[in-house]
Structures are given as structure tokens and as C-alpha cells.
Ligand binder design. Structure first.
Ligand SMILES: CC(=O)CC(=O)SCCNC(=O)CCNC(=O)[C@H](O)C(C)(C)COP(=O)(O)OP(=O)(O)OC[C@H]1O[C@@H](n2cnc3c(N)ncnc32)[C@H](O)[C@@H]1OP(=O)(O)O
Ligand SMILES: NC(=O)C1=CN([C@@H]2O[C@H](COP(=O)(O)OP(=O)(O)OC[C@H]3O[C@@H](n4cnc5c(N)ncnc54)[C@H](OP(=O)(O)O)[C@@H]3O)[C@@H](O)[C@H]2O)C=CC1
Length: 291
């Protein structure tokens, strides 16, 4: 199947990154969000990140303007009806994702492939609520999308080979590398990464180390590019908690119990970088640990 147009639902940090790499690879993009501010913010971020690539001579100024011209924004979900591939990248909450699919389905062409960038939620369950479980799969990018090489591809129980191959061809055209994961809670990357982040929050909660000492230990002692708490802030603490809850509920093992301190930060609305405060406070010139 020849995919030319891509619809993206959710213009947060993942949606804008996906729009960025899709348009740069030559796809026409229709980017949707319920919030006009989120769409404006996404376009400003894409412009800034493309400019960074121009200044580092990764792409030309013409590539940048052509990419920007290929992205269209809309607050109206039916505007995605004519696209060949839809990637849902809205908030990590199953009810939100299901409602999006329900609203979108009547407008889609029969051939359109429907995917979710979910970090953890069952692809099979999401697919079962649509009219096209065979044309539904997980298309999981890593953050920051323009930089990270991996895309996890997750088949639901009913996903057909044509759908999988079409998505794999898109990953190849993006110049990224696909890894196939089976449809179990949080797939591969987050099954391994998120318990480590949750353990870092327990290490903080139990007073074993401060934010600074935990992060510098893992940066300098394990050569991680970011400390786990810095990374949690980067991902979004609401997303981290949602993933831990999916692991805890889906695998029914207490080793996945979300740390109560993580829950407290989310309840405070301290969601990390996107809300300016999490394990660090980002409102000043340099990030300051909050504990
Ligand atoms: C939660 C989930 O479901 C799954 C996930 O995504 S889990 C999260 C996975 N992501 C990670 O683990 C990220 C860990 N962090 C890192 O890899 C690095 O800190 C980082 C790549 C984000 C930044 O690296 P850095 O060396 O500190 O910063 P910086 O030098 O500014 O950037 C490195 C390169 O990326 C580029 N870059 C960084 N962010 C960018 C962006 N948003 N857009 C375009 N380019 C970007 C920079 O221009 C730079 O390019 P050059 O190599 O050409 O100079
Ligand atoms: N953060 C990460 O590192 C990664 C996240 N993911 C996954 O990607 C998805 C998005 O995450 P992320 O970009 O970080 O989240 P963000 O919170 O940055 O963005 C989510 C966006 O979706 C919007 N949204 C909410 N409801 C709807 C709706 N009904 N229709 C359209 N847009 C909607 C939100 O709008 P508003 O703000 O107005 O609610 C917000 O703009 C999640 O499933 C997440 O698990 C995958 C890989 C990495």
C-alpha cells in the first residue's frame, strides 16, 4: 500500500515530533489537536527544531520550508478522513484514545491504516473497539522523535501482514529502525525503562539519594545520557504514572507498583518539563531540583 498522507491526532511533544519527521520524509501531514494553542505551540516547536537541523547542516533551508509547507493543522477530527495513515498521539489515557477512534471512524476511507503511538496500552483492546482491527497496530516513536532511531511496531492479535508491512515501509522511509514487539503491557522499551524510572523515584522517596545525586549517579556511573528523574520530567510524569499503572494492572505483579511520590507529583500537576515543574523546577535559567 502506498502511503502519501498522514493524519496525526494530538499535537503535544510526540505529535509535533512525528509531524516533523513525516513532513521531512515527504509525507503530507494533517495535524489535529483539540487545543488551538497546542497546534500553534507544535508548529513553533517544529520550526525551531527544523531550524536547529538547518544550522547543523543536517538539512537545507529549502528542505525546512518544504517540510513546513507539507504540514496542515486542524481542530476538526473529520479533516483527517482523507489520509492513508493515522497515528494517534493524544494523552496516554485509554478513554481519550477510544473516544478519538469512535469520532474518527465514520470519516475514514476503507483503506486507511489506524495506529496508536501509545506507550503501554493494549493494541488488541484499542483495535477491538474499531471497525478495522486488521488495519490497526501500534506505531511507537521515542522522544525526542527527530533524534531517536527506534520505532517499536506492535501487532494486535488481528493485525494483518499488509498493514504491518506498510508501517514498516514508513519507518524505513523515515530513515529509522523498527523493532517488533508483541502486544503485552508497555511492549519492550517501557517494560524495561519505566520500572527503572519508578525505582529511581522510590530511591528518592526512601531518602537513599537526592534528585541531584540519583541523576548524576546514573549519568556518570552508568553512562545514561540523562539521569532517570531528568528523563521522567522529559517524558512527562503523567505519562510515566500511566505506564506504571498499565504494567501494574496488566501484569498483576507488585514489582510494578507506582511509587506514591510519583503519584503525588502528578496529583500536584507537577508533570515535568511540560508544566515547568517536576523533579526539577524549570521556571528559572537553569533547572533546580525540587527535593
Ligand atoms: C515514554 C516512551 O513511550 C518511550 C520513550 O520515548 S522513552 C525516552 C527515550 N528517550 C531517551 O531516553 C532520551 C535520552 N536522552 C538523550 O538521548 C539525549 O539527552 C538527547 C538526545 C535528548 C539530547 O542530547 P544532548 O547531547 O544532551 O543534547 P544536544 O547536543 O542538544 O542534542 C544532540 C543532538 O540531537 C539534536 N536534537 C536534540 N533535540 C532535538 C529535537 N527535538 N529536534 C531535532 N534535533 C534535536 C541536536 O541538534 C544534536 O544534534 P547534533 O548531534 O547534530 O549536534
Ligand atoms: N512523552 C514521551 O516521551 C512519549 C509519549 N508517548 C505517547 O505518546 C502519546 C502522547 O504523549 P505526549 O505527546 O508526551 O503527551 P502531551 O501531553 O505532550 O500531548 C498530548 C496532546 O494530546 C492532546 N489531546 C488530548 N485529548 C485529545 C483529543 N481528544 N483530541 C486531540 N488531541 C487531544 C492534548 O491536548 P491538551 O493538552 O489540551 O489536553 C495534548 O496537546 C501518549 O500516548 C504517550 O504515552 C510515546 C512515546 C514517548
Amino acid at each position: 500500500m502506498n502511503i502519501k498522507t498522514v493524519g496525526i491526532v494530538g499535537a503535544g511533544q510526540m505529535g509535533n515530533g512525528i509531524a516533523h519527521v513525516m513532513s521531512l520524509a515527504g509525507y503530507d501531514v494533517m495535524l489535529n489537536d483539540i487545543s488551538g494553542d497546542a497546534l500553534a505551540g507544535a508548529m513553533a516547536t517544529i520550526d525551531r527544531n527544523l531550524e536547529r537541523q538547518v544550522s547543523r547542516e543536517k538539512i537545507s533551508a529549502d528542505d525546512k520550508s518544504a517540510a513546513l509547507a507539507r504540514i496542515h493543522t486542524t481542530q476538526t477530527l473529520p479533516d483527517l478522513g482523507q489520509t492513508d495513515l493515522v497515528i494517534e498521539a493524544a494523552t496516554e489515557r485509554e478513554t481519550i484514545k477510544q473516544a478519538i477512534f469512535e469520532d474518527l471512524l465514520p470519516h475514514l476511507q476503507p483503506h486507511t491504516i489506524l495506529t496508536s503511538n501509545t506507550s503501554s496500552i493494549s493494541i488488541t483492546r484499542l483495535a477491538s473497539r474499531t471497525d478495522r482491527p486488521e488495519k490497526f497496530m501500534g506505531f511507537h516513536f521515542m522522544n525526542p522523535v527527530p533524534v531517536m532511531q527506534l520505532v517499536e511496531l506492535i501487532r494486535g492479535i488481528a493485525t494483518d501482514a499488509e498493514t504491518f508491512d506498510a508501517c514498516a515501509a514508513v519507518v524505513e522511509k523515515l530513515g529509522k529502525t523498527a523493532a517488533t514487539a508483541e502486544d503485552f503491557p508497555a511492549f519492550i522499551v517501557n517494560r524495561i525503562l519505566m520500572p527503572m524510572i519508578n525505582e529511581a523515584v522510590y530511591t528518592l522517596y526512601e531518602g537513599v539519594g537526592s534528585v541531584k545525586s540519583i541523576d548524576s549517579s546514573m549519568r556518570l556511573g552508568a553512562n545514561h545520557p540523562m539521569g532517570p528523574l531528568e528523563l521522567a520530567d522529559f517524558i512527562g510524569l503523567d505519562t510515566c504514572l500511566a505506564i506504571m499503572n498499565v504494567l501494574h494492572d496488566g501484569l498483576a505483579d507488585t514489582k510494578y507498583r507506582p511509587c506514591p511520590l510519583l503519584t503525588k507529583y502528578v496529583e500536584a500537576g507537577w508533570l515535568g518539563r511540560k508544566s515547568q515543574r517536576g523533579f526539577y523546577d524549570y521556571r528559572g535559567e537553569t533547572p533546580v531540583p525540587t527535593r
